[in-house]
Ligand binder design. Sequence first.
Ligand code: NAD
Ligand code: MG
Length: 396
Amino acid sequence: MRSISIFGATGSVGESTFDLICRAGGAKAFRTVALTGARNVARLAEMARVLRAEVAVCADESCLPDLRAALAGSGVQAAAGDAAIAEAADRPADWVMSAIVGAAGLVPGLRALRHGGTLALANKESLVTAGPLLMATAAAHGARLLPVDSEHSAIFQALVGEDIASVERIILTASGGALRDWPLPALAQATVKEALAHPNWAMGQRITIDSASMFNKALEVIETREFFGVSPDQIEVIIHPESLIHSLVGFQDGAIMAHLGAPDMRHAIGYALNWPDRAPLPVARLDLAQIATLSFRAPDLARYPALRLCREVMAARGLAGAVFNAAKEIALDRFLDGGIGFMDMAGVVEDTLARVMPEMCLETDVMTLEDIQGADHLARVRAAEAAAVLAGRRAT
Ligand code: NAD
Ligand code: MG
């Protein structure tokens, strides 16, 4: 029986993973080792009971009494806190879903790789923050990383049977997010609610805002470089409002392989769950005659400064990815709590990069977890300072 764990089980990707596991037989077909969440302990406990998990862990320690109460009599162990989540990743499982949001997903992912199983990686932040370390850890332990981000799953599928050396370009598609048709000057006034109205995908709150700002695509450009080992100038971004082509790979003979499907994360998750096989999945089938047209347009860098910033990060290499991601997380927090405006997020990240990069050695690709955590911490401090300045200006 295959053993599984889901980190970030109560989130959008976690729920879709749970759905697929249940449809594939649930506790009769899988031995569930660990399920984790942050604060929604009622849902976490419910999932743990259904899958008869060994342990359920919530990140927020103040929620432990409620988690224990919700699991009473179930035989599922309860635990709480970041250390407990990392310890849950020390429990071997054949297939582990990494679907915590943000840099908090890095340590559990690294710990899970040490068992040499499969890590299905939705948490793109860990590749952006620590790509070389993550890939080296996987290689050292004979573990396999499978992409779950829809674009990267699409690229991965387009590359089956191909030699990566024959790849000329990788084209990431982007919906353009909720605000893509707004006049540029109006973007500064966009509210959280407006930025959350994603045209095609239902996702967690943070990635939905990141889609509107294209910080999500900027992270994905870096994720592509780290995962597939191509050079930054081989990676392109195109706006494709229908979100039906999930990405494309162009080869040296001029051929382009595109991956199409409904915008449903259960496709990419299911591909990673069944890999290297394919199995029927409960996703909508495309009616091409009804769709009739697919459209594309080049992204405007004035509207999406994140796409420019990710190029600077890739040129700097080393710990720049950790700085970029951490600054982005703080900028997003401040936008969500109303402190700064929508376009200020890029200002915070740009300012943080400019201040932190000269303060640290960024050249090396040999990085330890401590180096990464140090860069992440410094970037959060500097980003909070930058955001406070912008918030002050906004208030006056
Ligand atoms: P989400 O916010 O819906 O869920 C995040 C999960 O992580 C929840 O279980 C939450 O409880 C948990 N969590 C939050 N903060 C935590 C912390 N500090 N420590 C431990 N656990 C914590 O997010 P999501 O949309 O499911 O995204 C999860 C990851 O997958 C992200 O890295 C995102 O970029 C990536 N991703 C998501 C989608 C999507 O369709 N939602 C698509 C591609 C990639
Ligand atoms: Mg994506």
